[in-house]
Design a protein around this ligand. Structure first.
Ligand code: 13P
Length: 261
């Protein structure tokens, strides 16, 4: 196992997106209660919809982390339909996704808004998972690195390196999300390495410590190869987080790697 991997625990994070029901939560939590080992050398988290957060927090195994998929960039107040960082922390959330590409595209979230959300999360002791990634057009026109760095740099500009380091990064190439088309392990590593080298130019210690997840059609059959890459520290999983069997298949790969198998 590389020195870098010893510094960074793998994280397997399931983004349920707009899926689930009360029964789904019950069944999934019962399955994870049985299947997740009590002591793990890696981290596992799920991100249900807002309305299922409470049930997950009540029913989850202690070692499972729980996060929201979004939060408001505002403090509490007259912001109809939004949920604040303080509310998520009060409910017992550990983490929160910020800047998922579906929110950037469908809800036109700008880099600046995403940065404000990241800061809200940090201010309320939630671990933000900052999602970044280029579209197919951007990749084909050679802009992948620039797009990803602009997304990270907007957050860095607002909160600085110390606070960025309190979060997790997730590289999710938009062309690989929900398409069944996974970035190859080499393609993922190339971008992860780029991100880490950019951060290292600012602070080498922090760059070596920060976790960078890969997301986009990650599943049990490709997780080992992806997570084996030196700069890939786990995965943000969409479709394959929706059954306990598929999700556990990915967790098993993280388990193997964490134990140096
Ligand atoms: P899929 O795993 O379904 O491609 O989704 C990835 C994702 O967007 C996770 O946030």
């Amino acid at each position: 196992m590389s020195e870098a991997m010893l510094e960074r625990r793998l994280l397997v994070a399931g983004n349920w997106k707009m899926h689930g029901s009360k029964i789904f939560v019950q069944e999934m939590m019962a399955a994870l209660q049985t299947e997740l080992p009590a002591a793990m050398a890696y981290d596992v988290a799920v991100f249900p919809t807002y309305i299922h957060l409470y049930d997950v927090i009540q029913q989850k195994p202690a070692q499972l982390l729980c996060g929201a998929q979004n939060l408001s960039e505002h403090d509490d107040g007259a912001v109809t339909g939004e949920v604040s960082a303080a509310m998520l922390a009060d409910l017992g959330c550990d983490m929160v996704l910020v800047g998922h590409s579906e929110r950037r595209v469908m809800h036109r979230e700008s880099n600046e808004e995403v940065a404000l959300k990241f800061r809200q999360a940090i201010q309320h002791q939630l671990t933000p998972v900052l999602c970044v990634g280029e579209s197919l057009v951007e990749r084909q026109s050679g802009q992948a690195f620039d797009v990803v760095w602009a997304q990270i740099n907007a957050v860095l500009g607002l909160v600085g390196m110390e606070q960025l380091a309190q979060g997790v990064l997730a590289y999710e190439p938009v062309w690989a999300i929900g398409t069944g088309e996974t970035a190859t392990a080499e393609q993922a590593q190339e971008v992860h390495q780029y991100i880490r080298s950019q951060l290292a130019a600012i602070d080498d210690t922090i760059a070596r410590r920060i976790r960078i997840l890969y997301g986009g059609s990650c599943k049990g059959s490709n997780a080992f190869e992806l997570f084996s890459m030196p700069d890939v520290d786990g995965g943000l999983i969409g479709g394959a987080s929706l059954t306990a069997q598929d999700f556990m298949a990915i967790c098993h790969q993280a388990d193997k790697l964490s134990q140096g198998v």
